[in-house]
Write a protein that binds this ligand. Structure first.
Ligand code: GBH
Length: 463
C-alpha cells in the first residue's frame, strides 16, 4: 500500500512559529560541572521519597554534552524556533554576584548553533531551578528573591541580548508557587499556604523587575513575555456550588496572574477567599505598577482541562484558601500516561478567552503535548500513534481559534526529548524524540517525522 498523501492542508498563518520546548533541569544533566551548584530541584530530587524511583537530573538527557546533536535533530524537524531555559545556578551559582563565564558560554554556544541552523532561540529565564542558596535564604516567599531574579536576568541579557529575539521571564509561576510551597510535590517541597501566596507575589514582582531590566539592557529590539499554565476550568454540574468552585480555581489558576500583569490589580474575590491566610501586606506600594509593565506576548502552556465540584478536603493542596472548597473530578474520555484527559476543547476555550480579554496581546502556545508509552518495533523504530493523534487534535483546535480571531503566533510542542519529568522522574515520556536513559541515544519517534511534515507544509494534513 502506498503512502496516502494528504489532499489538503489546514494552513497556518504565514510566519507562524513552529517550535519545540525543553527546560534546563529536565534535559541538561552535568549537574556538578563547570561551576554549577545545586538548585532546589537537585536538593529535592536527591531527597529520598520525593521523586519516583529516586531519579535525579544529574545526567538527564545529557544535553549539556550533546547540544550539537540535539540542534541537528531540531534542524531535521525543520523547527523555526526552539524554546529552552537557562539554568540559573549554572550562570550564577549562589544566586548572587558575578556570572560564571563557562555557564554563559554554554548558552552562547547553543544560541549560536541554533542561529547557524536558522532556528530562532526563545529563552526562558526561569523554569523552576532556583539556586539552593536563595531557597536557604527564604526562597520565593522572601522579597529579596525577586530582586535577585532581576539581577540574574541582567547577567543573561548582557551575555545573550545581542542574539535572542524572544525572552520569557517565568515558566508557570503557578507550579513554582503552589506545587512548590503549598502542596509540596515540587521543589522545595514546602507545605505552607501563606508562604505560597507570598511566593506568587514575589514571582510576579520578579517578572516585572526582570521586564524592566530586559527593556533597559537588551541591546537590540526583542520581545519580552511570560508563560502561564492557565486552567480551562469546568463545573462538574450546573449547581451554584460547583460554579463557585470554578470561580475559586479560576482565581488561583488564572486571574491571580492575569489581573496583576494585564490590569495592575489582584482579584477582589481572591483577596477575600485567602483572608484567613494573609492580609496581603507583603504587596508594597508600587509593586503592581512594576508587575503590570507591558509585555509583548503571552505564552500559554496547555495539557488538559480541569473539572471541579464543591467539596474538598483539609491538608496540603496546591490551592491556598480553596482546598477545602474544591473537589477535582476526573474528566471523562481517553487519558494519557499522566492520566490526564485528552480534550483539545480546553485549549480552544482558553485561546478564545484570551482573544476576548487581551485583544492586543499576541499569544504563543509555549507548551502542548502528551506522555505515552512508546512501542519500539524489532528494527528499533519507535511508534507513538496516540501522541500524533493528540498533537493533531490540539493543532486543529489552535487552527480553529486562529480562524475565530485569536492572535496565536506560534506553537511549541512539549517536548523535543524524553526528559526528567519532575516528580515522575524518567517514568513519563513526553518527547517526540526517544531517549534511551542508559545510553542517552536519541531516536526520533513517528511523531517527530509527523511534526516535521506539518512544519514543512505549514499546516495540518487533512485526508
Ligand atoms: C509543564 O507543567 C512544565 O512546564 C513542564 O516542565 C513539564 O514537563 C510539562 O508540563 C509536563 O508535565 O488543576 O490540580 O489538576 C505542567 C504542569 C500539569 C500542572 C497539570 C498542573 C494540573 C493541575 N501542570 N496540572 S490540577
Amino acid at each position: 500500500r502506498t503512502h496516502n498523501a494528504p489532499h489538503t492542508t489546514l494552513a497556518f498563518p504565514e510566519g507562524f512559529r513552529w517550535g519545540a520546548a525543553t527546560a534546563a533541569y529536565q534535559i541538561e544533566g552535568a549537574a556538578d560541572e563547570d561551576g554549577r551548584t545545586p538548585s532546589i530541584w537537585d536538593t529535592f530530587s536527591r531527597t529520598p521519597g520525593k521523586v519516583r524511583n529516586g531519579d535525579t537530573g544529574d545526567i538527564a538527557a545529557d544535553h549539556y554534552h550533546r547540544m550539537r546533536e540535539d540542534v541537528a535533530l531540531m534542524a531535521e524537524l525543520g523547527l523555526t524556533d526552539y524554546r529552552f531555559s537557562v539554568s540559573w545556578p549554572r550562570v550564577q551559582p549562589t544566586g548572587r554576584g558575578p556570572a560564571v563565564q563557562k555557564g554563559l558560554d554554554f548558552y552562547r554556544a547553543l544560541v549560536d548553533e541554533l542561529l547557524d541552523h536558522r532556528i530562532r532561540p526563545v529563552l526562558t529565564l526561569y523554569h523552576w531551578d532556583l539556586p539552593q542558596e536563595l531557597e536557604d535564604a527564604g526562597g520565593w516567599p522572601v522579597r529579596d528573591t525577586a530582586e535577585r531574579f532581576a539581577e540574574y536576568a541582567g547577567l543573561v541579557a548582557d551575555a545573550l541580548g545581542d542574539r535572542v529575539p524572544l525572552w520569557t521571564t517565568l515558566n508557570e509561576p503557578w507550579c513554582s508557587a503552589f506545587l512548590g510551597y503549598a502542596q509540596g510535590v515540587h521543589a522545595p517541597g514546602r507545605t505552607e499556604p501563606e508562604a505560597a501566596l507570598r511566593a506568587a507575589h514575589h514571582l510576579l514582582l520578579g517578572h516585572g523587575l526582570a521586564v524592566g531590566v530586559l527593556r533597559e539592557r537588551l541591546p537590540v529590539p526583542a520581545q519580552v513575555s511570560l508563560t502561564l499554565n492557565l486552567a480551562a476550568v469546568r463545573p462538574h454540574t450546573g449547581s451554584a456550588a460547583d460554579a463557585d468552585a470554578v470561580r475559586r480555581v479560576d482565581a488561583l489558576a488564572n486571574r491571580i496572574w492575569l489581573d496583576p500583569v494585564f490590569r495592575g490589580s489582584y482579584p477582589e474575590d481572591l483577596l477575600r477567599d485567602t483572608a484567613a491566610l494573609t492580609d496581603w501586606s507583603f504587596v508594597e506600594d508600587g509593586d503592581l505598577a512594576v508587575i503590570s509593565r507591558p509585555v509583548d506576548a503571552l505564552g500559554l502552556n496547555y495539557y488538559a482541562p480541569t473539572v471541579v465540584a464543591a467539596g474538598g478536603h483539609a491538608g496540603p493542596s496546591p490551592w491556598p484558601g480553596a482546598g477545602e472548597h474544591v473537589r477535582f473530578v476526573p474528566a471523562p474520555g481517553p487519558r494519557t500516561a499522566m492520566d490526564w484527559p485528552v480534550d483539545a476543547g480546553g485549549l480552544r476555550e482558553l485561546l478564545l478567552r484570551l482573544r476576548d480579554e487581551l485583544p492586543d496581546t499576541p499569544l504563543l502556545i509555549t507548551e502542548n503535548g502528551a506522555a505515552y508509552d512508546d512501542y519500539a518495533d524489532p528494527e528499533g523504530a519507535v511508534h507513538d500513534p496516540e501522541r500524533i493523534a493528540y498533537l493533531h487534535a490540539h493543532l486543529a483546535a489552535v487552527h480553529r481559534a486562529i480562524a475565530d480571531g485569536a492572535d496565536v503566533q506560534g506553537y511549541f510542542l512539549w517536548s523535543l526529548l524524553d526528559n526528567f519529568e519532575w516528580a515522575h522522574g524518567y517514568s513519563k515520556r513526553f518527547g517526540v524524540v526517544h531517549v534511551d536513559f542508559a545510553s542517552r541515544r536519541r531516536t526520533p519517534k513517528d511523531s517527530a517525522r509527523w511534526y516535521a511534515g506539518v512544519v514543512a507544509r505549514g499546516g495540518l494534513p487533512v485526508k
